[in-house]
Design a protein around this ligand. Sequence first.
Ligand SMILES: Cc1cc2nc3c(=O)[nH]c(=O)nc-3n(C[C@H](O)[C@H](O)[C@H](O)COP(=O)(O)O)c2cc1C
Length: 352
Amino acid sequence: MSQDFVTTTEMVAYARKHMSEKAWARLDGAAETETTMKRNRLGFDTLALQPRILVDVSRIDTSTTFMGHKLRIPVLPAPIGSTQLYDPEGHRAVARASETFGTVPILASMVVISTWEEIAGVTPAPKILQLAFSGDVAWAREAIARARQVGYRGVCFAFDTPRFGRMEREMIATHEPIRPTSALRQGMSWDLLPSVIEGAGLPLIAKGVTHPEDARRLVDMGFEVIYVSNHAGHALDHGRGAIDYLPDVVSAVGGRAQVILDSGVMRGTDVVKAIALGATAVAIGRLQCFGLAAGGEAGLVRLFELLQEEIFYAMTYLGTPTIADIRREHVITGVPSVTPPSLLSAFPLLGE
Ligand SMILES: Cc1cc2nc3c(=O)[nH]c(=O)nc-3n(C[C@H](O)[C@H](O)[C@H](O)COP(=O)(O)O)c2cc1C
């Protein structure tokens, strides 16, 4: 079934139709006025691509290297706490699909259906754990040690959500209060962080970075990856689009760490734009959920294949046979958008 999809538009349409309302509610919407979420798309839509001609593109190589691991395309599954809403196999499906396709998933620690060990045991292929703070500092240190023991290749901390966001659509629909987060998550600070990461023994990723000064400070502390993200617009409303923060962060990091990005990535051209502005790779949140909902593990593999096809064609027309060939000169900033931004505005043919 999954192999039948020839566009991501069809996958998104099929997934939307076949997922539960609860699952859809987690994808639909963002914090308060949803301005940040819309700006995520607007940010990509106001960048145009600048091709160069007469470059031999008879061979295109979409692969890259992230944290020493080869990726078939510069795209990773972002941490999603509720993957089981989109496929009963949840994180296990994400881990298997990532191995089959050739990427490295970042798996959220807040899972309900499997233990970290079970997920790690699904495949020996590289996986990264996104650790949500709980307990106290000693708990966090033990959790990092446990992640190391069970074979995760890195630990990712999300610093942009000390508290869950005010997801207004969901709040109106459910009339439920916002779930609380742990005291450690709320109290995490520049003062506390060194005691958590000391002797971690695993590469560290800082997620939710948007300010160049924060990025520089995290690199000074030893973080190997700076992960630009506004959490899909789920946290602070009225922020900028994630891609708009990228160039300043890349320049602050100055090559001392790899920079990745998520929030709003829906298309191969989005991937290429982020690479042109200095990202090593991007991650996909909602799109990953659509892939899972369209066909579980096979659906996610198919989604990655279709993204690869989009990236391949974009690289063909740009005149960039390898990922390293994609540079700043290939994007033009400040171009008017032709599409009003919304959750699914990257798929204008939906519903036709
Ligand atoms: C349903 C859902 C659950 C998420 N759960 C987590 C989580 O547990 N930990 C985390 O760091 N980010 C979580 N995120 C944020 C994603 O990792 C990612 O930052 C975001 O989805 C990227 O934006 P995109 O959905 O536009 O690709 C979640 C996002 C969604 C949509």
